[in-house]
Structures are given as structure tokens and as C-alpha cells.
Design a binder for this molecule. Sequence first.
Ligand code: BDR
Ligand code: CA
Length: 315
Amino acid sequence: PLPVILDVDTGVDDACALILAALHPEVDLRAVTCVGGNAPLADVVRNTLTVLEACDSTHVPVAAGASRPLLENAVDARHVHGDDGMADLGWAPPTTSPDPRHAVDVLREGIDEAHASGGPVTLVPLAPMTNVALLARMYPESFARIGRIVFMGGGAMVSNATAAAEFNVFHDPEATAVVLDATAEHGVPVTMYGLDVFYEPRISLAQCDELASLDERGPGALAAGLMRFMSHRFDADSATIGDAGALAMLLDPGAVQTRRLPVRVELAGTWTRGRTIVDTRDWSGDMDHDPHGLAEAQVDVALEIDGPRIARLWL
Ligand code: BDR
Ligand code: CA
């Protein structure tokens, strides 16, 4: 199984990713680190523990990290994810507690341990990248030991938080920029699973009924509750598994087409702060012809996906 660490802001679709990580036999979920994003940090930690408890995965360490972005005040997305950040399902609070270590220390130790045992970690950030940026600055030698990063964030053509920017990058643009620079500096391969593909793996309300029939208070009931909530929220008959697609992509790489392209984060801009600038020009990557030095961080950008295939994998 693939050693994986998830960094999350749980979050309805982060919960979908946690369920997949906890239950799929090809994933060895080593740790989960939390960051403020969809909801305030304390809610994110509680939601994450709730999901892992529902999946009988209470052995996985869950650690709290940054409660706010590097530069700006926190905003959240409870208007999308519910007052509790995870679909307001009314489940009893978790009985387990978070790991006492800071998320950055859990990342460092998890990465170093996996590296020492010969199977480097795949880090899957599904949230604002504040924790990962702090790791890159505090422990660059550990950052360099990450086997691969597959993150949900950004988009070449599609945005959601603003007309220009995707939520995770918008929430902490400097953090994303630090992480992309660090991948280039340390030669860590990085894949961007952004909004160009994010909405396509979908679960129908009929499939929610199937999930709900699996158990009373387990991953089936939870998954059904999450997807029903999002379907209703958007007045649709299906919902995206969102962040879970980024993890599913690791398990079925053939279902997603990527292109290696230079990516930069817009840090200024009156209307464009937080936008990922994906350079799709034919000659991109050729520094001789790039007046702004935009060609440094080479990112495998997910541009096309077989949505139903990824959705079936998750189901
Ligand atoms: C991203 O933002 C959050 O609301 C979701 O959990 C996902 O990670 C989508 O823009
Ligand atoms: Ca998320």
C-alpha cells in the first residue's frame, strides 16, 4: 500500500477523501494534519476525528496545525459546508482526541520515518497549504524527502472563491507559492488536481441510497449524508466527491490526463489574487523566451478526467 499523509480542512469533500484513505486497501494512511479553511480549525479537527472514528481508523494520528493563513485573516466556507463545516449531520462528538504534536511536527516525523524505511510519503494537501508551507520553511530537509505531492487547488480555467481564484489557493496564496517554489528547489514531483477536473466525479442521489443501506453509523451512512447534503445545497440530483478525486487519482492514474506545465500563483492583482497562472503556451518552460521567469515550477496539471470512473472507484 502507498504511504499517504492527508492535509485537510474537513469539510464535506475532505471527509470523502478521508473515508477513501481509511478504507482503501492500497492506501496506508499514516497521519492526517488539519488546517483552518472550510471551517475554523477546532471544527476541522473534530470533523476529521468523527470521520476516522466512523471508519474504525482511530489509530491514525490527527494533528492540529495553522488556524489562519500566513498573511491574512481566516475566512471560511461554512455557507457551503454547513455550520459545523461537515454537513450538519448531528452526529455525536468523537470520543478520540487529537495528537498533542503540532501538524508541522507530525508531517516532519511522518515524512522522515517513511523515508528511512524506504517508501517515501505521498503528501496530499486538500486545503489551504499553510501547514505545508511552514514545513517547507521550518524543515526543508524533510520537505525534500517527500516522494510526491498531489494537491487539490487552483485551476487552469475554472475558479470558485472569486471570479479568478480557487478557494484553497485564494485562502493562502503565499503558502501555495512557497510550496510550489520548494517543490522546484528540492525536486519533489507535484500534481495539481484543480477545478478543471474537481466537479466531474459525481455521486447521484440513487447511489446515496445504496451507500445509506450499508450501515447505521459507519462510513456508508456518513458518505450518504455528506453527498445528500451537497446535492440539496446545490439543488442538484448529484454531488461531487471533490477532494476525494485527488486521492482517487493516485489509485487510478489512467483516469486523469495531466500536462506538465509551469504554474505560478498570483500574489497581487486587484481582482486576481490567488489565481493559479497555468502557462499553456506551446513554448512554455523555455526560460529563454519567458520574460517574467514564470517557467520555474513544473507542475503536472490535471486537465481531463473520466469522472464516472473515479466516482466508481470511490463508491
Ligand atoms: C476546495 O475548497 C474547499 O471548499 C473544498 O474542500 C476543496 O478542497 C475546492 O475549491
Ligand atoms: Ca478541502
